[in-house]
Write a protein of this length. Structure first.
Length: 183
């Protein structure tokens, strides 16, 4: 757990454990009970790989103008069609508590609605951000995962959900590692 904590710059061991357990739930890792370092990549039954467009940057902080700029394509293991997914490079530090750091890549499932608690890419007017969505009656809040940042409370008529974050990738020593946030 501590190796994962340090590799991903998580503040707490529990964050590393939560990410590993999410990968087990998603079928990406196998866990051998009662064994130290018992997490293993699953073999066989591979999910198909699709190429997903990397469409530029998204702010993890204050809102910033959204500009779609195809940079590259990312291989993603998914049973979803490539046009249902897209990637964005994260700028800013408002989501560090969720394990999303500056420079990370987020893989997003396109959808116009999201549940309270989901990590979303949202558009407010023409400005985009990645945040945790919280619904309270008719009030909608876009919450940072860093206490140094304030929540964004947009007029619900000006808010558009672009999608839900399903995966986060981080480059370490020229290797891409990832964790999944699928609920």
């Amino acid at each position: 757990m501590r190796d994962v904590q340090h590799a991903f710059s998580f503040r707490a061991v529990e964050t590393a454990r939560a990410h590993l357990e999410a990968l087990v739930r998603d079928g990406k890792l196998a866990k051998e009970s009662g064994v130290a370092r018992g997490y293993r990549l699953r073999r066989g039954g591979r999910t198909p790989t699709v190429l997903v467009p990397l469409l530029g940057r998204v702010q993890a902080g204050a809102l910033s103008t959204a500009v779609e700029d195809l940079e590259d394509y990312l291989p993603v293991q998914s049973r979803r069609a490539a046009d249902e997914l897209f990637g964005l490079r994260v700028r800013g530090e408002s989501m560090t508590g969720a394990g999303i750091l500056p420079g990370d890549l987020v893989i997003v499932r396109r959808q116009k609605t999201a549940s309270s608690g989901d990590l979303v890419v949202a558009l407010v007017d023409d400005e985009a951000t990645v945040k945790r969505l919280r619904r309270r009656g008719r009030r909608v809040e876009l919450l940072p995962e860093n206490p140094a940042f304030e929540p964004i409370v947009p007029d619900p008529r000006e808010l558009q959900i672009l999608g839900v974050v399903i995966e986060v990738r981080r480059q370490i020593n020229s290797l891409f590692l990832y964790t999944s946030f699928i609920r």
